[in-house]
Design a binder for this molecule. Structure first.
Ligand code: PLP
Length: 428
C-alpha cells in the first residue's frame, strides 16, 4: 500500500495503527492469493466456454413478459448453467425467490408422502428447519408426510459412516448435504469430501437421490458437487453465482429426472419449464454469472485476510488462517454481543450504500434466535457483497462474507477492527 492510500484510509476513518496491522498481516498472504487467482482463471474459462458453446447472443439478454413462452434467453441460461455444472439440466429463474426457496423446491419436488429425508452432516441451515418441519410450520415436508432423520458429525467434524449406514432404511429417498458451515462452527466440506460421502450413501442404497446445498461454495474450487455425483446442486443467485449483479433468483442443476420435477413443482404439473417470463433480468443473470469466478475470488481473499488478522489478535476463527477454503464464509468467534455489534457496525460503515445506518439485532422470519446483519449492498440483502451476520447466541460468532472486489473486502475488515478498537474491545 502506498502513502496516498494510507491517507485515503485515514480520511475514511481507519486509524493508521489499524491500517499498519493489516499491511503486516498481508505480507504473508501473497502465495495464497496467487492460488486463488489460478482457480478463478480456470473457472472464468469454464463459464466462458459454456456461454460460447451455447451461442449466447444479444437477443438472449432481453426478456419476455406474460407467459414467457419461447424465452430463449432463459432457456439458454439454463443450458449454460447445466454445462458449467456438468449436469443434464438446470433450473435458473427469478421465480426462485432465494436459496431457501430453491432448496425447498428441490426437496418437495423429489419427496413423496412416506419418503424419508436424511441429513448425514448434522443440522441443516436455520431456514430449512421449517421447510423440513424440524420446527413446526404449515406446508412443511413433515406436514406432507415426509419424515426426517439426521446423523450428526463426529466430534472432530468427520462423517459418522457407521451411523449413516444405520440411518439409511427402506423409506430413505433423498440425502441432503450442506456444503457450507452455515451458522455453525463446523468445517465446510470440500467437493472431494462430499464426493466420498455421496459414493458411500449410494453404495449403501443404490438409487438414492442426493441434493447438495451449494450456497456460498460456487467457484471456490475447480469442481462442484455435481462433478462428484450430486443429483441436484442448489444455490442462491444473491450469493456467488449471481456475481453481485443478479437482482433475485436461485438455481438447481442436476439430472433431467430431478430437474423436470423441480420445474413442475415451481410452476405447475404439466406446465413445467415452458412458462416463466424473465422480464428484465436475463442480462444481469448472464453478466453476474460471467463475473462470478472473480467475485468469488475477491471474497475468498477477504475471508483469508480476516482470519489471519483476527487470529493475530487472539480470536478463534473457522476456517483458521492457513487451512484450505471451500466456501467464502469466515466465522470469527467474538465472545460477546457487544463485539458482534461493533464488528457489524464496521462492516456497515464500509458500505457504498446505507453506510450511515447502525445494524441492530432483531428477529428475522425463518431464524430461531435474534440475528444481526450488516450489509450496505446494491442488491438488498445480498451476501456476495460485503456483509456480516450472525445469530445472537454463544459463541457470539459473526459470519463474514463477500466483497465484490478484494480492495473493498479489505477496507471492510479493517473498518470492523477499527470499531472494536474504538469501543475498547481490543488493544493494539
Ligand atoms: C444462505 C444459505 C441458505 C439460504 O439461502 P437464502 O437465499 O438466504 O434463502 C441455505 N443454505 C446455506 C448454507 C446458506 O448459506
Amino acid at each position: 500500500m502506498n502513502g496516498k492510500s494510507f491517507e485515503m484510509y485515514a480520511q475514511l476513518g481507519i486509524s493508521r495503527k489499524v491500517t499498519a496491522l493489516g499491511e503486516e498481516v498481508l505480507k504473508d498472504l501473497k502465495e495464497r492469493f496467487c492460488e486463488i487467482d489460478e482457480t478463478a482463471e480456470y473457472n472464468q474459462a469454464k463459464v466462458l466456454l459454456a456461454m460460447q458453446k451455447n451461442r449466447v447472443d444479444a437477443a438472449c439478454l432481453t426478456g419476455t413478459t406474460g407467459y414467457g413462452h419461447d424465452d430463449r434467453g432463459r432457456d439458454t441460461l439454463e443450458q449454460v448453467y447445466a454445462d458449467v455444472f456438468h449436469t443434464e439440466a438446470a433450473l435458473v429463474r427469478p421465480a426462485l425467490t432465494c436459496g431457501t426457496h430453491a432448496l425447498a423446491t428441490a426437496l418437495s419436488a423429489n419427496l413423496l408422502p412416506g419418503d424419508e429425508l436424511l441429513s448425514p452432516v448434522g443440522k441443516p441451515y436455520d431456514t430449512l428447519e421449517e421447510v423440513i418441519g424440524i420446527r413446526e410450520s404449515p406446508c412443511s415436508l413433515k406436514e406432507l408426510g415426509v419424515s426426517y432423520r439426521q446423523v450428526d458429525l463426529k466430534a472432530d467434524g468427520a462423517f459418522d459412516y457407521e451411523g449413516i449406514k444405520n440411518a439409511i432404511n427402506d423409506k430413505t429417498k433423498l440425502v441432503t448435504i450442506q456444503r457450507s458451515k452455515g451458522y455453525q462452527m463446523r468445517p465446510t466440506f470440500s467437493v472431494a469430501q462430499i464426493g466420498e460421502l455421496i459414493a458411500f450413501v449410494k453404495s449403501v442404497k443404490p438409487g438414492l437421490n442426493v441434493m447438495v446445498d451449494n450456497c456460498y461454495g460456487e467457484f471456490t474450487e475447480e469442481t462442484e458437487p455435481s462433478d462428484v455425483g450430486a443429483d441436484m446442486t442448489v444455490g442462491s443467485l444473491i450469493k456467488n453465482p449471481g456475481g453481485g449483479l443478479a437482482p433475485i433468483g436461485g438455481y438447481i442443476a442436476g439430472t433431467k429426472k430431478c430437474i423436470d420435477r423441480c420445474h413442475y413443482r415451481l410452476t405447475a404439473p404439466g406446465v413445467g419449464q415452458d412458462v416463466g417470463a424473465s422480464m428484465d433480468v436475463n442480462r444481469s443473470l448472464y453478466q453476474g454469472f460471467f463475473l462470478s469466478p472473480t467475485v468469488a475470488a475477491s471474497a475468498l481473499k477477504g475471508a483469508i485476510f480476516a482470519a489471519n488478522l483476527y487470529e493475530r489478535l487472539g480470536f478463534f476463527c473457522v476456517p483458521n488462517g492457513r487451512e484450505p477454503r471451500h466456501d467464502i464464509i469466515q466465522s470469527i468467534a467474538l465472545g460477546s454481543k457487544e463485539a458482534m455489534e461493533a464488528f457489524c457496525a464496521g462492516i456497515q460503515a464500509a458500505a457504498p450504500v446505507d453506510s450511515y445506518v447502525t445494524p441492530v439485532p432483531c428477529p428475522i422470519p425463518g431464524y430461531g434466535d435474534e440475528v444481526i446483519m450488516a450489509a450496505g449492498a446494491f442488491i438488498q440483502g445480498s451476501s456476495i457483497e460485503l456483509s456480516a451476520d450472525g445469530p445472537i447466541r454463544p459463541p457470539y460468532a459473526v459470519y463474514f462474507q463477500g466483497g465484490l472486489t478484494w480492495q473493498h473486502a479489505k477496507l471492510g475488515i479493517l473498518f470492523s477492527l477499527q470499531k472494536l478498537y474504538e469501543k475498547g474491545l481490543i488493544t493494539l
